[in-house]
Structure formats: structure tokens, C-alpha cells
Design a protein around this ligand. Structure first.
Ligand code: SAM
Length: 197
């Protein structure tokens, strides 16, 4: 697979990612905020985290749904290696959102947190997620989406930061019905949830 500059940085960061102060102050809070928004789902069987990093969100998901089959994909090999060490009974693959190595209609829930702005083809990634979801399956996407005034000051990854309307349009173009769009962290993080009908 073609490893872009963003992914190279994440490979380097993977060695110390778990120890970063950002985990407690930032990523963990986003994970908890997203999981709090998931309602009406009692016992999902198959779940995927796209851009899973070291699998920290999946570890929280396991506490909530201990019997679910958990899968994580990430193009950074270092991240996947760490995730496998920490969750040897789950499945982790080196892969990107744009090409998910799973069969059609095989998942109940898909998550992705603070990864979307690194995807080189965001619409293709959402299309892939729609493809692997079962009818009735849901996708929760959390990413940096500052209010328009602040967008100019924020780092952009390989892909792009998207505003609320752009994310909504991409979900619809990909065939996902948007259920809700909510903000966490004083508006800094946008969580969009969509369902495959
Ligand atoms: C800031 S980290 C977030 C990791 C994890 N989701 C979390 O919340 O801690 C962003 C992750 O997105 C991954 N990534 C970059 N490009 C990607 C792509 N095209 N598809 C999926 N993941 C990607 C990176 O390798 C990195 O692990």
C-alpha cells in the first residue's frame, strides 16, 4: 500500500502514542463522548474502528459490549502492532478507510475518531463503510470540525477538515441517512451518525 506522509508520522508516533498526555486530556474524552451518543443499540455482534490507532476506543467498547467481535483497521503498521499486543483476542489489519478488507454487509456498528481528516479520499472511505454495514447498521464519525472562523488556524492532514454540511453531504452521497450531528469539546469535535437503510 502507498504510505503517505501522514501515515509515516503515525508510524513514528506509535511507539509513544499510548503514553502521550493527549490520551487522557483529549482522545479518551472524545471516545467517551462518542460512546455516550450511541443509544438504541443493545448487543451489536460485529464492530469496526476505522483508523483505530492503538485500539484505545475498542478497549472501551469491549467493556460495554464484552461479547462483540471487535475489528480495527489502520494504515500505520506501528499502530496496528501495538493494538495487537494490547488486544490479542481482537482482529487488527493494516488497511485504510478507502479499501476495507471486509465483506459486504458484515458489520453492525462502525466508528472512526479523529482520523477522517487524514483520509486521502473521504467520500470513498464513507462509501466503503456503507458497503460493509448491514441494513440498519450505524456509523459514528467524530472528527475535528471547528466552527468556520477557526478553520483557518487549524492544522490540516493529508485529507481535509470538513464542516457540518460537507460531512452531511458526503454521508448522503455515500448512501447513509444522517441521524444526528452533535458537537463535543465546545464545538471542536463534530460527531455525525448515519444509518444504512
Ligand atoms: C489521531 S490518530 C487517532 C487514532 C484513534 N482513532 C484514536 O482515537 O486514538 C489518527 C489515525 O488515523 C490513521 N489514518 C491515517 N490515514 C488513514 C486512512 N486513510 N484510513 C484510515 N485511517 C487512517 C492514522 O494512521 C492514525 O492512526
Amino acid at each position: 500500500m502507498n504510505v503517505n506522509e501522514d501515515v509515516k508520522k503515525f508510524n513514528i508516533w506509535s511507539g509513544t502514542y499510548e503514553d502521550s498526555w493527549l490520551q487522557y486530556l483529549y482522545f479518551d474524552r472524545i471516545h467517551k463522548g462518542v460512546l455516550n451518543l450511541v443509544d438504541g443499540v443493545s448487543a451489536p455482534v460485529d464492530l469496526l474502528d476505522v483508523g483505530c490507532g492503538t485500539g484505545r476506543l475498542l478497549r472501551k467498547i469491549r467493556e460495554r459490549w464484552p461479547y462483540a467481535q471487535l475489528i480495527g483497521i489502520d494504515p500505520a503498521e506501528g499502530m496496528v502492532k501495538k493494538a495487537r499486543q494490547m488486544m490479542p483476542d481482537s482482529t487488527f489489519m493494516v488497511s485504510s478507510a478507502e479499501s476495507i478488507p471486509l465483506p459486504d454487509t458484515s458489520l453492525d456498528l462502525v466508528f472512526s475518531t479523529t482520523s477522517f481528516h487524514h483520509w486521502s479520499d473521504q467520500l470513498q472511505g464513507i462509501r466503503e463503510i456503507r458497503r460493509v454495514l448491514r441494513p440498519g447498521g450505524q456509523f459514528f464519525l467524530a472528527d475535528i470540525a471547528p466552527l468556520p472562523f477557526f478553520l483557518r488556524f487549524v492544522h490540516r492532514g493529508q485529507g481535509q477538515l470538513r464542516n457540518q454540511n460537507e460531512v452531511r453531504n458526503m454521508f448522503e452521497q455515500a448512501g447513509l441517512e444522517v441521524q444526528a450531528q452533535r458537537r463535543l469539546f465546545i464545538g471542536h469535535i463534530l460527531v455525525t451518525s448515519g444509518i444504512r437503510r
